[in-house]
Design a protein around this ligand. Structure first.
Ligand SMILES: NC(=O)c1ccc[n+]([C@@H]2O[C@H](COP(=O)([O-])OP(=O)(O)OC[C@H]3O[C@@H](n4cnc5c(N)ncnc54)[C@H](OP(=O)(O)O)[C@@H]3O)[C@@H](O)[C@H]2O)c1
Length: 316
C-alpha cells in the first residue's frame, strides 16, 4: 500500500511517499481502507520535533514513523474480538491519539473503541475533518468545562479547525458564544452561530469580555494570561496549548478560575456524540481545502500558516 513516511524530524521534504506492507490488525481492531484523512497543527509539530514524536507517536523500536490520526473510510477486515463494526461499514475517528496511528496510509489499523459509524448524509471528507478538531472542541466544552445553557463562552481562533466546531457545539448546548478572529474571519465566525465577534487585530478581547463562564484558548505566548482576565471569578478556562504552571497558575488561582489543560484523547463514545450531531445537522464541517494523498507535504505547509479556515482534508 501507499504510505507517507516521515524519514526523520524536519521540514516537509522529510514526508516521503513509499510502498509498504498493509498493517496487520489486532483482535480488537478493524482495518480501514482510507477514503479521507484530516490534517492538524499537531501533525506539523510532531513532524518537526523529536520531543513531540516521543510524546505523541510512542514509536516501537524499528518502526517507520508515519504521521496522522484522523481517518474516515470503509472497514475491510475485522479482528476476532470486534463486536460493533463489520466489513463494509463506513467509519471515522481519531485513532490512537496519543500513539502511532499511521493514518497517512491507504489502510489504517484502528481499535474499534476509537471509532463511530460515519453518518450516511455526510461525505468521508466531512467525516475525516470532524475527528481530532471536533473531539478537542467536545472534550474542552463538554468533558472539561461542562458547558450548559446560558453560559457565556469565549472561543479563541473561532475560525480554525477546533474553533469552528467549538462555536457550533457551544451553541448546541444553549450557550452565548463570542468568537475571536481576524477581520477577514468575521462573517465566517458569525455564520458558525457565534452571537458576537471580536477582531483581535482591532481590540483586546479582555477589554471587551471580563465575565465569561468559559474560555477556550489554543494560542501561544501571553494569550492565556490575558484569557484569565476574560473569565469571571470562579469561571472555567480550558487551555489547548499553555500549561497551568508558574505565573499562569498563580493568576488563575488568585481569581478562583477552574483550569483544565486539555490533551485530547481517542474516545469512541465522544466520536458517537459527534456523529449524532453531524447526522442531525447541528454540527457541520467547513473544509477550506482538499489535497491529494501525494500532496500531504503541501497540506502541512498550509496548516503551518496558522491562517487556515475550518479544516484541511486529504482525499484518496
Ligand atoms: N491540546 C490539545 O489536545 C489540542 C487539540 C487540538 C488543537 N490544539 C491546539 O489548538 C490550537 C488550535 O488548533 P486548530 O486545529 O483549530 O488550529 P488552526 O485550524 O490552524 O487555527 C487556525 C485559526 O487560528 C486563527 N487565529 C490565529 N491567530 C489568532 C488570534 N491571535 N486570535 C484568534 N484567532 C487566531 C486563525 O483565524 P484568522 O485567520 O482569522 O486569524 C485561523 O482560522 C493549535 O495551537 C493546536 O495545536 C490542541
Amino acid at each position: 500500500m501507499k504510505a507517507i513516511i516521515l524519514t526523520e524530524n524536519g521540514d516537509i521534504d522529510k514526508l516521503v511517499l513509499k510502498e509498504i506492507d498493509k498493517p496487520v490488525i489486532k483482535a480488537d481492531e478493524v482495518l480501514i481502507k482510507t477514503k479521507a484523512i484530516g490534517i492538524n497543527p499537531v501533525d506539523t509539530f510532531v513532524r518537526k520535533d523529536e520531543a513531540y514524536v516521543k510524546r505523541k507517536l510512542l514509536i516501537a523500536p524499528g518502526e517507520q514513523m508515519i504521521l496522522g490520526w484522523d481517518v474516515s473510510g470503509t472497514v475491510v477486515e475485522a479482528g476476532k474480538d470486534v463486536t460493533e463494526f463489520k466489513v463494509g461499514d463506513e467509519v471515522f475517528g481519531m485513532v490512537k491519539f496519543p500513539g502511532h496511528a499511521k493514518a497517512y496510509a491507504e489502510y489504517v489499523a484502528a481499535p474499534e473503541s476509537h471509532l463511530a459509524l460515519k453518518p450516511a448524509n455526510i461525505s468521508h471528507t466531512e467525516a475525516a475533518a470532524a475527528t481530532l478538531a471536533a473531539l478537542t472542541a467536545w472534550q474542552a466544552l463538554v468533558t472539561n468545562a461542562k458547558v450548559k445553557s446560558g453560559d457565556k463562552v469565549l472561543i479563541h481562533s473561532a475560525a480554525g479547525g477546533v474553533g469552528h466546531y467549538a462555536v457550533q457545539i457551544a451553541k448546541y448546548f444553549g450557550a452565548y458564544v463570542i468568537g475571536t478572529g481576524s477581520g477577514a474571519s468575521e462573517e465566517f465566525i458569525l455564520a458558525q452561530g457565534a452571537d458576537e465577534f471580536i477582531n483581535y487585530g482591532k481590540e483586546k478581547f479582555e477589554d471587551n469580555v471580563q465575565d465569561a463562564d468559559i474560555v477556550i484558548d489554543g494560542l501561544f505566548g501571553d494569550h492565556i494570561l490575558r484569557s484569565i482576565d476574560a473569565v469571571k471569578r470562579g469561571g472555567r478556562l480550558v487551555s489547548l496549548i499553555a500549561f497551568f504552571e508558574g505565573e499562569i497558575a498563580e493568576k488563575a488561582k488568585a481569581k478562583g478560575v477552574q483550569t483544565y489543560r486539555l490533551a485530547v484523547e481517542s474516545n469512541g463514545d465522544d466520536m458517537k456524540q459527534i456523529a449524532d450531531m453531524l447526522k442531525e445537522g447541528s454540527l457541520k464541517s467547513y473544509i477550506s481545502d482538499v489535497f491529494s494523498f501525494e500532496d500531504i507535504p503541501a497540506a502541512h505547509e498550509m496548516v503551518e500558516s496558522g491562517k487556515t479556515r475550518g479544516k484541511i482534508v486529504i482525499e484518496l
